[in-house]
Design a binder for this molecule. Structure first.
Ligand code: SF4
Length: 356
């Protein structure tokens, strides 16, 4: 039952150890990550204490910090979701981060919309020096102020979104976006701030982004983390962009090989979930918090029966919807590409209506 937790915890420890080696060229970041790897062990211990009391606390929390964005990319998930409720007040955001840290959450992914447009979550992350923060940004708003902010907060890593090279990136994100992201990268490099790149892998860009050329070009720019996210066809009529089972295997294998080859950390999301006995959503490995504070199994499964506006995180983790999804993780087979829960969204809808 808990073997997957042990494996996931051990993979997190290995990734942190790899990060420390990779960051040895950035003394300020390396010392921060040495401290963080100790903090991660303490968080893991808190999670195991909670598990002993029947409370499943995930190591990771993914947050959609805002619906606002300065771009309008084709097929944007946040745009597809539509504007949800107003964002959470800064005070509540701070409380949620404290609750998460106390329960044993160790890694927070801040996404959006454009997370640089949401001060509340950024400020709250600044105060959580015992947690690893990843900020998934389109990179076009990065300036000296933000470079200095990341330089002063080494437990928070900027992760810039690309679709591939200039043509692929600008064709989806808009003219000039690639150049701005590349300028942000060279700014981080000159400032000695390690950063990452995030790529949504589709049938259209897989032959570009899963190459040593693409990786080497960005490693030479100073990129030290690659996050490959499998495309989920949330936008109607985009199933053609889906990865096949063969593509998914190729992605996992490429990431595994690249980890041994390029002096950077490679993460495929969701990657090979079969090693964990199925989908890690709903608190098995991570949860998602929507802009409005709803606790959801996954960013690609906008279904919720509980909100952090009213409820503490401890209660939300025990929501009926999350409990049932966890209990059925082995049934969440993915089929072709993307997200098992999105693939089974009718089932989730039926769960919600059954609980009404
Ligand atoms: S930058 Fe991100 S949030 Fe903004 S439009 Fe593009 S995909 Fe959507």
């Amino acid at each position: 039952m808990t073997a997957y937790k042990d494996l996931f915890n051990s993979n997190i420890r290995i990734s942190l150890k790899t990060a420390i080696n990779i960051l040895s060229a950035y003394p300020a970041s390396a010392s921060t990550f040495i401290r963080l790897s100790e903090a991660m062990k303490r968080a893991e211990h808190r999670r195991s204490l909670n598990a002993a009391c029947g409370l499943d606390v995930p190591p990771m929390m993914i947050v959609s910090t805002t619906d606002e964005c300065n771009l309008a990319c084709i097929g944007c998930y946040a745009c597809e979701r539509g504007k949800s409720a107003d964002g959470l007040p800064a005070e509540r955001v701070g409380e949620i981060m404290n609750e998460a840290s106390e329960l044993g959450v160790g890694i927070v992914l801040l996404a959006g919309g454009e997370p640089l447009l949401s001060r509340g979550w950024l400020d709250a992350m600044t105060r959580q020096a015992e947690m690893v923060g990843l900020v998934f940004t389109n990179g076009t708003l990065i300036n000296e102020t933000y470079r200095n902010w990341f330089a002063e907060n080494r437990h928070i890593i900027p992760v810039l979104s690309l679709e591939g090279g200039e043509a692929l990136t600008d064709s989806r994100r808009g003219d000039g976006v690639y150049a701005k992201a590349a300028a942000a990268m060279s700014g981080f490099r000159s400032a000695g701030v390690p950063f990452g790149v995030s790529v949504t892998v589709t049938s259209e860009n897989i032959n570009t982004v899963l190459t040593n050329e693409f990786v080497t070009e960005n490693v030479d720019r100073g990129c030290r983390l690659f996050v490959f996210v499998e495309y989920v066809p949330v936008a109607e009529g985009t199933d053609t962009l889906l990865l096949t089972k063969v593509d998914k295997m190729r992605l996992s294998e490429f990431a595994a090989k690249a980890n041994r080859r390029h002096g950077a950390l490679f993460i495929a999301f969701p990657g090979d979930e079969s090693q964990y006995g199925g989908c890690l959503a709903a608190g098995r490995g991570f949860i998602h918090i929507s802009t409005g504070g709803d606790v959801e199994p996954c960013p690609f499964a906008p279904f919720s029966d509980i909100s952090l506006r009213e409820k503490p995180l401890k209660d939300a983790l025990q929501s009926e919807l999350l409990r049932v999804v966890r209990a059925n993780h082995d049934k969440l087979t993915e089929g072709d590409g993307g997200c098992a829960l999105w693939h089974n969204r009718e089932w989730l809808t039926s769960l919600l209506s059954a609980n009404k």
